[in-house]
Design a protein around this ligand. Sequence first.
Ligand code: SF4
Length: 402
Amino acid sequence: MALLCDNLISDIKMKKYYIETFGCQANVKDSQAMSGTLDAMDFSQTDDYKGADVIIINTCSVRQKSEDKVYGWGMKLGNPIAHEVQMYEKKGHQIVFVTGCMIGSAKGDRKRYDIKVMKDKMPWADYMLAPDEEYKIPEILVKEGLVSEWTGAALFPDVAPEKRAAPIAYINISTGCDNFCTFCVVPYARGKEVSRNQEEILHEINHLVSRGYKRVLLIGQNVNSWGLDTKTKFNLRAGSEHKIPFAKLLREVHKIDGIEKISFISSNPFDFTQDLIDTLSLPKIDRYLHMAVQSGNNEILKAMNRRHTIEEFKELVTKIKKTVPDITFGTDIIVGFPGENEEQFMDTVELFKWMKFNVAFISIYSPRIGTNAQKNLKDDVPLKEKKRRHKYLMDVWKSTIS
Ligand code: SF4
């Protein structure tokens, strides 16, 4: 009997999962939740996908290149194009989940693709789950016979502990986005913006502090609009006097004993109010601020449906620096947006020289199916020219930080 039990236990412990994460902090956070769920079901994580019983590919669809990497993943598991080709490595018992934004883009009210497109391109995937469906993994593993009904039920729907990477605990404060910047897939892939309530967030942080965490990163697609209704958030402007719930939340987190550093991402200029600027001087708030400006030219910003001008951005930065002189900045930039001419591009270059960003994610524009820019704006900057602008801006950026 003892031998039987030992065998059963070692059999359970032998189950392994492999997880590959593409994209931003929101995906990293979701992967931590899925890892925590699988750990709680006595799976162990492996770096070798070939030996895994469960493979999870957590996808990003922000750029075509990100999606292509996922389709390329199929080459590891089998031929992604020819359905009839026998998958040469995927073992009979291996279960492959594709999760994240690519699947979110093919499901729900705001979908950009038909799920059939995904299924045709990834015939090696057994299950395709949008970000808001990832909690179903235990239920599916029960159905597949990989875990017992009892274990799966204990973790269903979403009570599994997350496997966080020390030393920073990622905390989701909101999901989705309603801003619809014309180039962006997030409002489609992650759906409507929904804020978690304050009590739940503070409870989670207090719990993490009791487990020894000292640093938190608050995550949302646009954290500034946390807790606001749609009408109010669209009326906010950079540097305006409105009191916003996110600033209040930061103050509440700041009061928690044991927390030493608080960071947040993503923040946009258009709803960065004076109230929020004031919180930056609190001693535990990170002195690095990531704020996506996207372009240095007002016409391009308008075409991108960004609700700030460069004058407002500069004024905001000036106020922030006055409040927190030792702050450093990071940003996201797109070059070669539809209609961007040389003069408009040089406005971005000038902004870089003025800002001296410490961190810059500079991307070449690529049209994303179903977005407003893809449907309504001509992708008229030749790729060669986009690459030249990318290199030029990279060189300018490097020269400003050296
Ligand atoms: S604010 Fe704009 S760029 Fe950021 S996630 Fe929302 S739509 Fe995308």
